[in-house]
Design a protein around this ligand. Sequence first.
Ligand code: PMP
Length: 426
Amino acid sequence: MTKSHDLFQAAQKHIPGGVNSPVRAFKGVGGDPIFVERAQGAYMYDADGKRYIDYVGSWGPMIVGHAHPEVIAAVREAALNGLSFGAPTAIETEMADRVCELVPSMEMVRMTSSGSEATMSAIRLARGFTGRDKILKFEGCYHGHGDSLLVKAGSGALTLGVPNSPGVPASLAEHTLTVSFNDIEQVQEIFSQYGNEIACIIVEPVAGNMNCVPPAPGFLEGLRSVCDDHGALLIFDEVMTGFRVALGCAQALYNVKPDLTTLGKVIGGGMPVGAVGGRRQVMEYMSPLGPVYQAGTLSGNPIAMTAGLKTLEILSASGFHDDLSAKTETLVNGILDEAKKAGVPMTANRVGGMFGLFFTDQPQVANFQEVGRCDTERFGKFFHAMLDKGVYLAPSAFEAGFLSAAHSAEDLEETIRKAGEVLQSL
Ligand code: PMP
């Protein structure tokens, strides 16, 4: 038995399911999760000292690699001045200035401590600003665990939402409309029915929570014009895509400006951080300037700001995102080649430093239903065989993979070779 196994048993005594966030429990792939002891660059080491090439990167934040020496040094120095003050600090202004400089649509920004808080705040702000209650989201997109956002489509495409967790009141969920990602006609149809009741559309501009699904050409532009036509706000949830798919985030890559943007993950460099920002006129509706309440004891925490700013500094280097994209392309094409050689049907999506592999003979995967048609059992086998060989992929067929600047050509080669061995054995 491994130390990870023992640690998982011990964890389950006082932690529900032994984990502090459900996906870590390996429910989607079976077996025990590995317990991590430390990580460096592209590698994670488990409690038994085994090394893994890591393609999760803490679900996105570790874009410059784990324990980057400059990030660690900056955090160490900041910690010596105290961990939290609950009062303004200069570094929060530095962060706000930098974010507004980099992200095309952002004129003001408010920091939070998680992506979930950021999306909850964005939804409240959109509702408060427009005076409307309904919101529109997409099937397979995840926006954190806020009540209004833990909602799935009811039966039939155009029905009101139903909670996908007990504890979310049906009377709240009914204000969340859910349609299929990449289907602009469904969006238009919903707006023709409920247009003057909808406060906002919230969307992951590249979906990363149903594996990786890029927007179809024209989809994001379509959302922009529907919102403009009906006086609704467009929210890009860039918690995952922010600073990962491009320096200016997905909105720069696809050249579509949302009214509000939520950020998380990369912006905190691995510390607990989220942010909501956007058009000045809308942001001024937030407390203490405006009537929409939003707050946080640890928001703008100085250590988190330090880690995030240093990470942003490193990834602002010229060519950073081009290199990351090129590495992702090498990895994905290499694995697809191996799948072809092994006669295993596989499709892939990738944008910048995020990617998705799909066990399917569908030529493309563009929405949640198509992701759901892929062979998740085969993915589970692939995942575990790769894990045995020291490659750590996201433990679910419904999660995207992430690369970092620390992944070397040798790491990619090793991963492709091992994937080839595993695919031959499937
Ligand atoms: N939005 C998106 C797009 C996300 O991927 C996530 C987290 N995976 C969240 C929101 C929620 O962020 P957090 O887990 O930090 O609350």
